[in-house]
Write a protein of this length. Structure first.
Length: 121
């Protein structure tokens, strides 16, 4: 899984960190079960793809959440880091993906509460 920083502002830097996921067209395909599980919640991820994060973007975030990135991600002073150890949904069916989706939602909501950000969904 890829890092999911919470952005605080946009960046135009081209300096890339070592923890950069592949770009669109790289042959990466989404798990159809993950697409189905998210669609059950009204979220269409069918056209999504891993987005690269530059060092500048990571430095500008309040929190960096990693999901299996480990030591490959750079650490910048003043940035909060959380590693969410979650099961990988790769190869799982929709029924097996649902608990992972629900756990990600619980953690995102907890993080938003901690950051005093109002969730709209």
């Amino acid at each position: 899984m890829t890092p999911a920083p919470t952005r605080t502002r946009r960046s135009r830097s081209t300096s890339r960190s070592p923890c950069v996921p592949p770009r669109r067209g790289s042959g990466i395909t989404l798990n159809p079960a993950a697409i189905a599980a998210m669609a059950e919640r009204g979220i269409d991820i069918s056209e999504e793809f891993p987005k690269p994060w530059t060092d500048e973007v990571v430095r500008a975030t309040d929190v960096v959440v990693t999901m299996g990135c480990g030591d490959a991600c750079p650490v910048f002073p003043g940035t909060r880091y959380e590693n969410w150890d979650l099961d990988d949904p790769a190869g799982l069916d929709t029924a097996a993906v649902r608990p992972i989706r629900d756990e990600v939602e619980r953690r995102v909501r907890r993080l938003l509460d901690d950051l005093h950000v109002h969730a709209t969904r």
